[in-house]
Design a protein around this ligand. Structure first.
Ligand code: ATP
Ligand code: MG
Length: 212
């Protein structure tokens, strides 16, 4: 593996996708390596099909462990189809969500247990973790308010969960930040979007010595 693998994590509405869209072209300008942006759940044909099942609002009867397995399954396929080939080709891969999302949402949000979901995901990824994870730190309430304000498209099945669910997710993310201080860098995602993007860029440049 010669590329660089970076994931973006954080609660719903924390600004991951907004930031990624602006970050990627700027990162490309200062990097010799090609930069690709991908997202979970989905990111390849098979994993997009699994995404449709996971996020379908009609699937109200989905069991929590089924959901966790589907997330792990789409992650595996996304890794094989998109991430591993890109890393082998020396590219920079930015993934909008990865394993920490499952540990937070299924492990803590759904209360399956963070350790169990962690183990499931180590199987799915064959232990491949990002070299750097940028954690978008906002109180869950702020993220949900942003989504509700902007929302033209339908709310998905996980976004419909209660604030208590989202608070468990945010607390789990904080635990992960403590547990992986080398890998995960926390960013104040309540700053304005340009500041958030600049901070991400600065951290990536510094960590991987890009543009020097
Ligand atoms: N720093 C910011 N300050 C204020 N609003 C923001 C900021 N970043 C993003 N937003 C707005 O918040 C909303 C959610 O942002 P975005 O879709 O990027 O979040 P996300 O982390 O990708 O969420 P999800 O996990 O649901 O995909 C959008 O309407 C976006 O314009
Ligand atoms: Mg998003």
């Amino acid at each position: 593996m010669s590329g660089i693998f970076i994931s973006l994590e954080g609660p719903d509405g924390s600004g991951k996708s907004t930031t990624a869209a602006k970050l990627v072209p700027q990162l490309q300008q200062l990097s010799q390596k090609e930069v690709i942006l991908t997202r979970e759940p989905g990111g390849s044909s098979i994993s997009e099909q699994i995404r449709q099942v996971i996020l379908n609002v009609d699937n109200t009867s989905m069991d929590s462990r089924t959901e966790a397995l589907l997330y792990a399954a789409q992650r595996r396929q996304h890794l094989v189809d998109v991430i591993l080939p890109a890393l082998a080709a020396n590219k920079i891969v930015i993934s909008d969500r990865y394993v920490d999302s499952s540990v937070a949402y299924q492990g803590a949000g759904r209360e399956i247990g963070m350790k169990q979901i962690w183990d499931l995901n180590l199987f799915a990824t064959d232990n491949l973790l990002p070299q750097l994870t940028l954690y978008f730190d906002v109180p869950p309430k702020v993220g949900l308010q942003r989504i509700n304000q902007a929302r033209a498209q339908a709310v998905d099945r996980l976004e419909k969960e209660t604030l208590v669910f989202h608070q468990r997710v945010a607390d789990a993310y904080q635990q992960l930040v403590q547990q992986f201080p080398q890998r995960i860098v926390s960013i104040d995602a309540q700053q304005d979007p340009t500041q958030v993007k600049d901070e991400c860029l600065r951290i990536i440049k510094q960590r991987f010595k890009l543009g020097e």
